[in-house]
Design a protein around this ligand. Sequence first.
Ligand SMILES: Nc1ncnc2c1ncn2[C@@H]1O[C@H](COP(=O)(O)OP(=O)(O)OP(=O)(O)O)[C@@H](O)[C@H]1O
Ligand SMILES: [Mg+2]
Length: 320
Amino acid sequence: MLLKVKNLSKSFNTRKKKITAVDNLSFEIPEGKITAFLGFNGAGKTTSLKAILNLLVPDKGEIYFDDKLLKDDFTPLLKQTGVVLESARNIFFALTPIENFAYWGGQRGLDKQTARRNGLELLEKFNLSSKKDTVIFKLSRGMQQIIAICCALIARPKFLILDEPTLGLDIEAVKTMEKILQVLASENVTILLTTHELAFAQKVADQILLIKKGRLIYSGTKNECLAKFNQEKIFTVKFLHPLSDKQEIGLKTISKVVLLADKTYEVTLFDKKSQGQLLQRLAQLELVDIKTKSKSLNDVVDFYMKEGNSYDDTQSGISA
Ligand SMILES: Nc1ncnc2c1ncn2[C@@H]1O[C@H](COP(=O)(O)OP(=O)(O)OP(=O)(O)O)[C@@H](O)[C@H]1O
Ligand SMILES: [Mg+2]
């Protein structure tokens, strides 16, 4: 494991009350994978990231990097980590990308030439070479975000932390971001990101961490998590005519049939093994359209966010 967080807690004392932002949180980040850290506004994601980066001191808890416990000195982690916190504020907006690379590379101990070379390489990789001499505030929001990531990557860190990398990005820019992150992961950069865009998380993440009110409520691989939620085989079927009673009874011997709208039904197999049988029966009817319905990360998050639902509930099959 590249990073291990153990029993992390952090409260803030405000004038009115004590806020428990992070509550005994433990999780692990495997090397070379993309982990999506999910949770509602105020769940404690940014606070956890700041504790990992030693930007705030937790009330309790331990951070291990490369299996070594970090105590007062976080240099081993900080040296190997690139960070973009919310809103790309880790770059100078009045400077150009190249000037930013020289500055941030310098901060990381690189000489100007190396910083420039690394930066240009990154710009090329992310198709932004033409903007190397344009001041940041003249670039689009998506481009600024990419330059911020380039600056975070300037010294080729093995760990990249991104707090809401898709904030304010349009669909095309989000797609670019997906590609960029996948390229980085394929080069064995470990990525921990927060996002509220679950479709984006579903595309890029290998691992999911879900927190609610500072507590971990789910952690596991995305594939496992989606598989658990897709144990049932569900079809949405549209027929040319409404089903007759006889036709409906025929389907109901092997599936649950629910009328969704005029001539459109949701058909859920009682047993996945009878899929062939169901398709045969459907083929004898006049079909207009048939789609498999699968649960998404959105359904997963909805399920866990409901009061009282926990990881164990998924073991016995999902009815959510
Ligand atoms: N410096 C601070 N002083 C007081 N309270 C704070 C401070 N920083 C965070 N909090 C509180 O801690 C809780 C967790 O905040 P945090 O920023 O970690 O949430 P988040 O999961 O990153 O949310 P979002 O998705 O909105 O970014 C919130 O209730 C927030 O108000
Ligand atoms: Mg946050």
